[in-house]
Design a protein around this ligand. Structure first.
Ligand SMILES: [Fe+2]
Length: 243
């Protein structure tokens, strides 16, 4: 098995009391311990940013929470580096806000993590992604396999992938027992070589928790060691270093 402090999770809700993720700083710390146990050395905290809702904290709030969490982890000798980010839902002023720098990218890179809606056509989101790519930004599409519009028609993503869109899928979609639409879509995306990142999208310690060593061993068996390393270590590392 791959050794410790190797993996990088680009999408998780480890910050406390800011969205539907960790409910306290103690839960955040416990999630961090799980990450370290599984071999992760870095995570990007990506609380939801859904304009017009309670889950739309300004960047300063996210930065301050990451600093508080990092301080706590350092004081308890938990070797996990936490970076700032956001999981941004599409909205009419998305392009303006990105241009103004009023949303957080992933770890200070040029890449923004965008969340598709679970309802309706994603036409407007796809137009915004295309525009962002044309303007020189990087875009990571969060858990594309969970979006019904992409489950029905995955092919609509492929021209954007050719243009530079990076797709992230949730490891939990692959870990599902049944052949769900999520799992089938995730597998189709993998087979078409359109997936750039695996991530946990971890929210808590129970239902959507950080991955375990067992999860990683199962994924290594299913995907192969080389793919697992590329999707959960090498590609995320390139994104963090701006490659
Ligand atoms: Fe998420």
């Amino acid at each position: 098995m791959i050794e410790s402090a190797f993996f990088i999770d680009l999408h998780c809700h480890i910050l406390p009391n800011i969205d539907d993720g960790a409910k306290s700083m103690d839960v955040s710390v416990a999630m961090a311990r799980r990450y370290v146990e599984a071999g992760f050395g870095k995570v990007v905290a990506t609380p939801h940013f859904i304009k017009g809702t309670a889950w739309a904290s300004p960047p300063d709030t996210v930065v301050a929470l990451v600093e508080q969490l990092q301080h706590r982890l350092d004081s308890e000798n938990i070797a996990l580096q936490v970076y700032v980010g956001m999981e941004i839902a599409d909205h009419p002023h998305l392009l303006d806000r990105v241009g103004q720098g009023s949303l957080l990218s992933l770890a200070g890179s040029k890449a923004y993590l965008l969340e598709p809606s679970f309802q309706g056509s994603q036409h407007k989101l796809l137009i915004n992604i295309k525009t962002l790519l044309e303007r020189g930004y990087k875009v990571v599409l969060a858990h594309a396999e969970r979006c019904p519009a992409f489950q029905k028609n995955m092919a609509q993503l492929l021209p954007l992938v050719d243009q530079g869109l990076h797709i992230q899928i949730n490891a939990s979609s692959l870990l599902e027992d049944a052949d769900t639409l999520c799992k089938k879509t995730a597998m189709s995306l993998l087979e078409s070589d359109s997936v750039h990142y695996l991530a946990s999208d971890a929210h808590d310690l129970k239902h959507r928790s950080p991955p375990s060593r067992g999860d990683l061993e199962w994924l290594e068996m299913q995907l192969g060691r080389e793919s697992l390393i590329r999707l959960w270590a090498t590609n995320p590392a390139k994104l963090l270093t701006g490659e």
